[in-house]
Design a protein around this ligand. Structure first.
Ligand SMILES: Nc1ccn([C@@H]2O[C@H](COP(=O)(O)OP(=O)(O)OP(=O)(O)O)[C@@H](O)[C@H]2O)c(=O)n1
Ligand SMILES: C[C@](O)(CO)[C@H](O)COP(=O)(O)O
Length: 227
C-alpha cells in the first residue's frame, strides 16, 4: 500500500502575512485541507501523516478531525527534518508519496502517473519542462554557462519512493549533515536512479503572494469546467 507524508511545517516567510500559508483559506477552505482532499478519496492510500510545526499540532489535529486515516506529527527546522519525522511516523506502507502541504492543485492523473512510475521503474518525481532559458552565474553575477534547456526540469511534488529506500537515504544525509532542497536529491547522492514523470504547470507551490492569485484562478477554472 501507499503512504503519504505531507510537509506542512514551514513558516511561510516568503508569503508573509499573519496566517501561515498552509492555513490560508482559498474559496473558504484552508490550503492544507485542499491538499489533503487530493489524497483522502483515493483507495490506494493507506496512511497519511501531516507534519506541522510543534506549535500548530493541536490546531491541525482539530482541523483534520474528520479525516479518518490522517495523523499529525511535529516537524523540524528544515523541510528535510520535517519529512524525516513524517517518514518515521508512517505505518506499514511499501511506498510513500512525499508532498508539500503548500501544493494543493496536483491532479489525480498526475498522482496515478507517479504511483505507476514508482511501482514500475523506481524513485519517481513529478516535474515540468523549464520554460525559460536558465543560466548559471557566479557570486559577482557573471554568467558561467547556459545549460541546454531540453535537459532541464522544474521539480514538483509528490515524489514517490519505496519507504525503505527513502528512509535509508534520509538517514545517510542526516548522519553526514547534508541538506537537500528535495527528497529525490538524497536518493540521487547515493547513486540510485530517479525518474522524472511529466506533470502539469498548474501544480504550483504557494510560495509568494502572487501564487495565491494564480491559485484562485486555477480553482475558478476547475469549477467552470465542472459546471
Ligand atoms: N521546516 C519545514 C520547512 C518547510 N516545510 C514544508 O515544505 C513545503 C515547501 O516549503 P516552502 O515553500 O519553502 O515553505 P516554507 O518553508 O513555509 O516557506 P518559506 O521558505 O517562505 O518560509 C511547505 O509545504 C512547507 O510547509 C516543512 O514541512 N518543514
Ligand atoms: C520539494 C520542492 O517543492 C520541489 O520543488 C522544493 O524544492 C521545496 O523547496 P523550498 O526551498 O522549500 O521552497
Amino acid at each position: 500500500m501507499v503512504g503519504v507524508v505531507i510537509a506542512a511545517a514551514g513558516q511561510g516567510k516568503r508569503m508573509g502575512g499573519s496566517i501561515k500559508k498552509q492555513f490560508i483559506e482559498l474559496e473558504g477552505k484552508p490550503v492544507l485541507l485542499h491538499t489533503l482532499d487530493l489524497f483522502a478519496s483515493r483507495t490506494d492510500i493507506a496512511d497519511v501523516v501531516v507534519v506541522t510545526s510543534a506549535e500548530d499540532v493541536a490546531q491541525t489535529r482539530e482541523l483534520i478531525a474528520s479525516y479518518p486515516v490522517v495523523r499529525v506529527v511535529a516537524g523540524g527546522a528544515e523541510r528535510q527534518d520535517s519529512v524525516y519525522e513524517g517518514l518515521c511516523a508512517l505505518r506499514a506502507c511499501e511506498y510513500v508519496l512525499i508532498h508539500d502541504g503548500a501544493r494543493p492543485f496536483v491532479s489525480q492523473a498526475a498522482l496515478d502517473a507517479v504511483i505507476q512510475a514508482v511501482r514500475e521503474r523506481g524513485p519517481a518525481i513529478l516535474a515540468v519542462p523549464v520554460k525559460d532559458t536558465i543560466k548559471r552565474a557566479d557570486e559577482a553575477g557573471q554568467v558561467l554557462d547556459t545549460p541546454p534547456r531540453k535537459s532541464l526540469w522544474a521539480v514538483q511534488t509528490p515524489q514517490a519512493f519505496l519507504l525503505s529506500t527513502i528512509l535509508t537515504a534520509h538517514e545517510k544525509a542526516r548522519s553526514e549533515g547534508f541538506v537537500g532542497t528535495d527528497d529525490a536529491s538524497l536518493v540521487e547522492r547515493v547513486g540510485q536512479a530517479v525518474y522524472v514523470v511529466e506533470g502539469e504547470y498548474t501544480n504550483i507551490k504557494l510560495t509568494t503572494p502572487d501564487d495565491l492569485i494564480m491559485g484562485e484562478a486555477i480553482l475558478r477554472q476547475r469549477k467552470e469546467k465542472e459546471s
